[in-house]
Structures are given as C-alpha cells and as structure tokens.
Design a protein around this ligand. Structure first.
Ligand code: CUA
Length: 258
C-alpha cells in the first residue's frame, strides 16, 4: 500500500484539537452535517446583525442625522424583523427534529450490550450467546469490568501509543456492521456513557434502563468518558472499545464461550 493511501480516522482526542472526532455511525454523521449547516446559518446571522448594528450607529446618529429625527415607526420593518427570525427557526427545526427522532429509532438488534455504571468504572455484559437462557451468572455471558489504566501501569508495561486517562485494563470487543442495542444503567449514582465518535451520550440512572441503538459503520478503537458528575473519580472512568469485523467478533465469541 502506498503511503498516501494510508488513512487514519480521528477516534481519540488530539492535542489542541479544534474539530470534532470522526463519525463512525450514521447518527454522528447526521449530527456533524447539522452542525455544519448551523454554523453556516450562524455566520450569515452574525454578518447581517453586525452590518445592521454598524449601519445604524454610523448613519442614524440622534443629533447629526436628518433621517433619525423624523423616523419613529415602521410597520413593514417590524413585520420583517419578526418573521425573518421565525422562518429561520422553522427551517432549522425541520432537520433538527428529523435527526432527533431518527436517533430514537430502534431497529431489531442482533446483540444487546448491557452497560453498567459504577463508582468509578464501567462494566459490560453480553448475554445473547447464552442459548440456555439461564441466568446472569451463566458462563455463556461475556463480561467485562473496565478500570482505568493508570499512567504508571502504561509506562510500566511499556504500552506504546496508549492514551493517558482513556485506556482501560480491558477493551470491550464489539462487531461492526451489526445492529447493537445498548442498555445503559447504573448501580449507584448517575453516570453518562459517552462516545464522541458514535454520537452517543446516554445517562446511566440507577433503577432505570436507557436504550440506544448503535450501528457501527467501520472498525476501530474508540474512546469515551463518563459525562455526568458522579463523584471524586468522575474523570477516571473512561470507555475503551475495540470494534472488529463481525466475522472476527464471532470467532472470538466461539473461542471464548463454546
Ligand atoms: Cu461516572 Cu461521572
């Protein structure tokens, strides 16, 4: 492979990063697209309002302008400056709601991943391969308990290229191009399971199950962090996911469980 064909996605924070991370789901693609659209509209608004402000200040000085002394009211102007923002908001509401409700869509999932927040780590369970449908303690359930990998242990083990405060002792393996259902909950306080590249931010509430659908379009190593203040170690419960092709994932499951 020639050097120009090697392509890296941005799935982890970079130094002095300005832009968002690269999307790996259609949800995040939609969010980025909408974000760009909004930025364009905002730019137009800022330019228009800035120009109006500047023109008003320079041309309609109270004492020096003939026009400002005779100008008190304009019906036409009022209609324009009321309807123009309203129409702008309407044009933004349509794509916004479309995106919002598309995120709520639940297609038939192939794998359900239980995501459980703890003070201060995440644990995961996948029981779809438990064909006996026994209980959670069955040995056919994939379980992960993911603690932060400290800086000391990263340098101790000489893990080159590992990210500070983003790596966990176990990486959760997930298949790409598969409809996944995430069931997010907590056993103690509120946490929030967040992966920027997925466009996912789900609250983990004790006593409740929150559901979100994820379809990962590509393989990669994805990182996230807890996004709800949950105590002293809130900043030290990262999420590290390794997404592999579904065939590879199923090889892993067979070799691990059967
Ligand atoms: Cu868990 Cu913040």
């Amino acid at each position: 492979m020639s050097i120009e064909k090697i392509f890296f996605f941005c799935d982890a924070p970079e130094l002095a990063q300005l832009r968002l991370q690269d999307p790996s789901t259609t949800t995040m693609e939609g969010l980025l697209e909408f974000n760009k659209h909004l930025l364009f509209v905002i730019t137009i608004i800022v330019m228009l309002v800035g120009w109006l402000l500047f023109a008003t200040i320079s041309n309609f000085d109270e004492f020096n302008s003939q026009e400002s002394q005779s100008f008190f009211h304009s019906n036409a102007l009022e209609i324009v400056w009321t309807s123009l923002p309203a129409l702008t908001l309407l044009s933004l509401a349509s794509p916004s709601f479309t995106l919002l409700y598309s995120m709520d869509e639940i297609s038939t999932p192939e794998i359900s991943v239980k995501v459980i927040g703890h003070q201060w780590f995440w644990s995961y369970e996948i029981s779809d391969f438990d064909t006996m449908a026994t209980c959670m303690d069955s040995d056919k359930t994939l379980k992960y308990t993911c603690y932060l990998l400290t800086e000391e242990s990263i340098s101790e083990k000489n893990y080159l290229g590992f990210f500070r405060l983003l790596e966990t002792n176990k990486r959760v393996l997930l298949p790409s191009n598969t409809h996944l259902r995430l069931l997010v909950t907590s056993v103690d306080v509120l946490h929030s399971w967040t992966i920027p590249s997925f466009g996912v931010k789900v609250d983990a509430c004790p006593g409740r199950l929150n559901q979100v659908n994820v379809f990962l379009k590509r393989i990669g190593m994805f990182f996230g962090q807890c996004s709800e203040i949950c105590g002293v170690n809130h900043g030290f419960m990262p999420i590290a996911l390794l997404v592999v092709p579904s065939i590879q994932y199923h090889y892993f499951v067979v070799s691990k469980l059967f």
